[in-house]
Design a protein around this ligand. Structure first.
Ligand code: GDP
Ligand code: MG
Length: 380
């Protein structure tokens, strides 16, 4: 293993040369059945000519994939054998298969790098059916963060518009998307999939106009809808950081616009993420040049230990400061604004009752709408 690592020198690559320009890694995530695999196939077709995608299937349990994968986890690990050998159920089998694949992360990243040299401008990564297998596992973390430290990386979250027509399901989906956004802290594009079955404009309305969503919720009288109502208020800011695009992975409708939005996410990565990463890289190089006692992980962030064996837990599963988010770049951190953000005892949010909290949001929405209307009038 050590000699392989010396050959590959991934750590050295990531630290001394910084993020490579190519290929752009596109990690496709989404709930089971949302259409990730079908979406991957369509994305490959539409991006083929311009971006010559390198394709990776990370779902060990699928029977077959409707595209030609350059790297297929099933070639590395036999998921059924894993289940039998370790006496695991299907989910345990998938997680263990993914863990085994991750022990080859260094080689995998090297394959992606070489693909870039051969002219593959994008690397599209299809993930396991069950989303939590990837997003809440150590190996999912290592793969995502490992790629993001080496290549421009974005997340496409595939969302089934038909299932999300129910307001509470929509909210669950959004909370999941939100947790992934803040966990991976990468440019994030929501593909509203299956628009051949149902138009997605209602979702866009729900995301831009709080009142419309509240009206939809009014029809659902349950404890969950009360909870959802409260949470929808807090998700407002999250929606502002999201780019959405309606597509049909089945028919290919919407993919021209989606490609455009992927490129916007890549620019966002270049603009917001890369400078932060480069800054950290320089700090780490400086640290290495002057050996010191063990650095404080909480302050400096830790890179993914690419190429380490599985027995080594991922170093940065905790605070996740290493990856910085577009729109979430902590400019404030430099200005010590974090201290200012500490709770002002005079205006604790807890003291606001629900009604006034709602009212302040409605006012903010109204101001926003008025401003947009004014802009429209000015433009016409
Ligand atoms: N009508 C329609 N069906 C779709 C679309 N995308 C995926 N599907 C269907 O949704 C099901 C799940 O798709 P799949 O790609 O396997 O989902 P995954 O589990 O997220 O990888 C399959 O039956 C697909 O044919 C779409 O855009 N329109
Ligand atoms: Mg799939």
């Amino acid at each position: 293993m050590t000699s392989q690592l010396e050959d590959i020198k991934l750590e050295a690559l990531s630290i001394s040369e910084g993020i490579r320009d190519s290929p752009v890694c596109i990690i496709v995530l989404g709930m089971a059945g949302s259409g990730k695999t079908t979406f991957t196939r369509s994305l490959i077709q539409h991006a083929q000519e311009k971006f010559n995608p390198y394709v990776v299937n990370l779902d060990p349990a699928c029977r077959e994939v409707p595209y030609a994968a350059h790297v297929d986890i099933r070639d590395t690990v036999n998921y059924r054998e894993v289940m039998k050998q370790y006496q695991l159920g299907p989910n345990g089998g998938i997680v263990t298969a993914l863990n085994m694949f991750t022990t080859k992360m260094a080689q995998f990243a090297e394959l992606v790098r070489r693909a870039g040299e051969r002219g593959h401008k994008w690397c599209i990564i299809d993930t396991p059916g069950q989303i939590e297998v990837f997003t809440w596992s150590a190996s999912g973390n290592i793969i995502t963060e490992g790629l993001a430290t080496l290549f421009p990386t974005i997340v496409v979250y595939v969302m089934d518009v038909v299932r999300s027509a129910c307001p509470t399901t929509f909210m669950s989906n959004m909370l999941y998307a939100c947790s992934i956004l803040y966990k991976t802290r990468l440019p994030f594009l929501v593909a509203l999939n299956k628009i051949d079955l149902q138009d997605c404009s209602f979702i866009k309305d729900w995301m831009t106009d709080f009142e419309v969503y509240q009206e939809a919720l009014e029809e659902e009288q349950s404890f969950v809808s009360n909870l959802t109502r409260t949470m929808s208020l807090t998700l407002d800011t999250f929606y502002e950081n999201l780019t959405t695009c309606g597509v049909s992975a089945k028919t290919g409708v919407g993919f021209a616009e989606l490609l455009q939005k992927v490129l916007e996410c890549v620019s966002e990565y270049e603009k917001n993420y890369k400078p932060v990463y480069e800054k950290m890289r320089k700090e780490r190089l400086a640290q290495q040049a002057a050996p010191q006692p063990a650095a404080n992980v909480e302050e400096s962030g830790v890179s993914v230990p690419l190429g380490l064996g599985l027995q080594d837990p991922p170093a940065n599963t905790g605070s996740g400061i290493f990856l910085m988010a577009p729109g979430l770049v902590p400019i404030a951190a430099e200005d010590n604004e974090t201290e200012e953000m500490e709770l002002d005892p005079k205006e604790p949010m807890e003291d606001q009752n629900f009604q006034s909290f709602v009212q302040s949001h409605l006012d903010a929405q109204k101001t926003k709408r008025d401003r947009l209307a004014q802009q429209d009038r000015d433009n016409s």
